[in-house]
Design a protein around this ligand. Structure first.
Ligand code: TXA
Ligand code: MG
Length: 350
């Protein structure tokens, strides 16, 4: 049985939070909103509770979890050391959509890190997430609250769709503002490396820290013969709606005419097509289902809408989704990373 607790972000009902905190303390699972996406939480120090997360999501056990804490002080027991650079990163970007890898202490269970020597930690900024961690009084392990392989949930309805009956509680707390998961940052090497692009862009990291930041070269490629991504989660098929996704990339006008032409070709083959585009090109498409991600000038808005749009297509009968690419700057890199994975790296140049 899954209990649903509705909590208004601007007027938090503490009694609901306390009840959900108790569920976590007792080894149960609670889905809750964060500023990035909804997470599925359990006591990070309790291996039995962590197993419930993997079961509910159908998640491969070699994919480690992010641990969420409320303050920097809470990190100390979980890690061997906090390097100087990590301190600067934490000061600039926490609380917020950034996850940092640390050398793990023996307190962190094997199940959290899937046997890796590092633990991923984040302090979220969402008031409900923070309230839940405080109420539970323990660090909370939380992957995105979707069934493994599906787009991450950005509304409570998405969580209900995927996890109703599989978790102890769901906190319905509105829409997630960022809409993409946190950036995962590895500080172990000479140059900090982004293992998963996300809510905090490489440009923002470089500007704030005044250092060069790299991106795992194994990202954004169909790595059948290359090196595996350093973040285990990045190797799995992910973010996939039921329909096939194809990305069309190129100069704006050429993309519009290529998509309209592909649409005609597919219709002739008896296929039903959906289109994902930007606000500016929306009026130029002639197809049954056209969804706008937002203005191409506002990548944050596109990030915020993307997963909802991918999920909305599951309530239609389209066979193929043709989507415009976005420019790979700032958070656009994370958007393209998710689109590439959703499409299985199918890109057509216009
Ligand atoms: O925004 C987010 O990060 C959300 C919210 C709920 O906080 N959580 C989230 O968790 O996206 P999840 O489990 O869906 O993605 C975690 C990613 C995976 O790609 C995983 O492989 C990677 O982080 N990860 C976790 N621990 C790691 C580690 N020790 N080394 C490398 N990658 C790690
Ligand atoms: Mg996930």
């Amino acid at each position: 049985m899954t209990s649903i607790y509705e909590i208004d972000c601007d007027n938090i009902d503490q009694s609901h939070l306390i009840r959900c905190g108790e569920i976590i303390k007792k080894g149960g699972t609670v889905a809750f909103p964060t500023e990035t996406v909804y997470g599925l939480g359990a006591n990070a120090l309790d291996p039995q509770a962590i197993k419930k997360i993997f079961e509910a999501k159908g998640r491969p056990s070699d994919n480690p979890l992010i641990v969420h804490v409320a303050s920097i002080k809470d990190i100390e027991p979980l890690v061997l050391e906090i390097p100087e650079l990590a301190k600067r990163v934490m000061e600039s970007f926490w609380p917020g959509p950034l996850t940092i890898l640390f050398k793990k202490s023996p307190l962190v269970p094997y199940e959290i890190t899937a046997g890796l020597p590092t633990v991923a930690i984040r302090i979220p900024s969402h008031p409900i997430a923070r309230g839940l961690i405080a109420a539970a009084g323990v660090p909370i392990a939380a992957p995105s609250a979707n069934l493994s392989g599906k787009p991450s949930p950005t509304t409570a309805a998405h969580v209900v769709e995927d996890l109703m009956g599989k978790v102890d509680a769901i906190i319905a707390g509105g829409n997630c503002e960022v809409g993409l998961e946190s950036t995962v940052l590895d500080l172990a090497g000479e140059i900090p490396m982004i293992l998963r692009p996300g809510g905090i862009s490489r440009e923002r990291l470089e500007t704030a820290l005044n250092i060069k930041v790299a991106e795992d070269p194994a990202l954004n490629k169909d790595n059948l013969d290359g090196a595996a991504p350093k973040s285990p989660g990045m190797k799995y098929t992910h973010y996939s709606p039921r329909a096939d996704v194809v990305i069309i990339q190129g100069e704006k006008k050429a993309v519009v005419s290529k998509i309209n032409q592909l649409n005609q070709d597919y219709i002739r083959e008896g296929k039903k097509i959906g289109i994902i585009c930007t606000e500016e090109s929306y009026p130029m498409y002639r197809a049954d289902i056209v969804k706008s991600m937002g203005s191409s000038d506002n990548l944050d808005a596109i990030a915020s809408n993307l997963f909802k749009i991918l999920r909305d297509f599951d309530n239609t009968d389209v066979d193929i989704i043709l989507t415009e690419a976005v420019s790979e700057v700032e958070v656009g890199r994370a958007i393209m990373n998710r689109l590439l994975k959703a499409s299985g790296y199918r890109v057509i140049k216009a």
